[in-house]
Design a protein around this ligand. Structure first.
Ligand code: SIN
Length: 307
């Protein structure tokens, strides 16, 4: 017979994660609730992610609709559209132009002449985007957003998740907010993308892509809202801290994207399209479908330096 366990579990010095009530505000403080006349908004959570109905993205998008789509993206941070089967690369380019210029990823294979990157994941036992990240944060002016289209999806699996980095900031303790106020961090592609390259390939890319610094807490370029802006693959250290201090603080900050209340999860179907605010969110592509195929096409939207 097994004897009763009498030794109590050792107490943690400090909880690994805060639990309890979360502050989950969809809009920046003081922002007015927008109204929509030309599209239907179906929220997937109370504060991040909405499916948009009643819109055909393959045709011309008039000024009124464009204005509502931009407003909806600022409000919901990720917009999803279903059954956009006629949304070819040209429409993807025109749609992304509602927000800005296309920005090719320097490391993705180029899918076609208009600059859409084709991400085909059929031969990978482990994924390459199954880590919480913000696209192109290693650039001096990181991408403002991205538009992703599902071309071929597995029968099950291959979902993508997004995390609301305004919620991540809002829920930090006051002491942690004070500690990170005014800090900057280095973002660099070498530890992640560089791990797949030879030394001479790294040297060739390095000329155009030096390591850059961004504030740890940025203001959203359109709403002015405070956002936690560090991510696991690209943020390498916090400026002015010792190695151990930087690792400890970064370790705590990058974990925030993993908190379920900040997240939305999307199940792709052929013809699904997502556009996301890449400064206000991080995302994670779930790599659970090998050996099935998953083919996506992505355009990133050029951004501005962050402050
Ligand atoms: C990405 O990380 O930009 C791609 C996301 C995905 O394939 O779901």
């Amino acid at each position: 017979m097994a004897s009763a366990v009498t030794t109590p579990a050792p107490a943690l010095d400090k909880p690994l994660m805060h639990y309890g009530k979360r502050t989950l505000d969809r809009l920046a403080p003081g922002a007015e609730q927008p109204g929509y006349r030309l599209l239907d908004v179906c929220p997937l959570t109370p504060h991040i992610g909405a499916e948009i109905e009643g819109v055909d993205l393959s045709g011309p998008i008039g000024d009124g609709l464009a204005q509502e789509l931009r407003q909806a993206l600022l409000e919901w941070k990720v917009l999803f559209f279903r059954d956009q089967h006629a949304f070819a690369p040209q429409s993807q380019l025109a749609f992304s132009a509602l927000w800005g210029e296309p920005e090719p990823n320097p490391f993705f294979p180029k899918g076609d002449s208009v600059g859409v990157s084709r991400l085909a994941k059929d031969a990978m036992a482990i994924g390459s985007e199954n880590i919480w990240h913000s696209d192109h944060s290693f650039m001096a002016a990181p991408a403002l957003g991205s538009v992703l289209r599902a071309v071929e999806v597995p029968a099950a699996g291959g979902d993508t998740m997004w995390a609301d980095m305004a919620a991540a900031y809002d829920n930090l303790t006051d002491a942690l907010k004070a500690r990170i106020d005014g800090l900057t961090a280095v973002h660099d592609w070498v530890p992640s993308w560089g791990a797949l390259m030879t030394a001479s390939q790294i040297a060739a890319h390095r000329e155009n892509l030096p390591a850059v610094e961004h504030p740890v807490v940025v203001r959203h370029p359109r709403t002015g809202r405070k956002l936690l802006y560090v991510n696991e693959p690209f943020t390498t250290r916090i400026v002015g801290l010792s190695g151990p201090e930087s690792r400890e603080l970064l370790g705590e900050l990058v974990l925030q994207a993993r908190i379920p209340e900040y997240q939305v999860r999307f199940r792709w179907q052929p013809g699904s399209v997502a556009v996301w605010d890449n400064i206000a969110t991080q995302h994670y592509a779930i790599s659970d479908y090998f050996p099935q195929r998953r083919v996506m096409e992505r355009i990133a939207i050029a951004g501005v330096p962050l402050s």
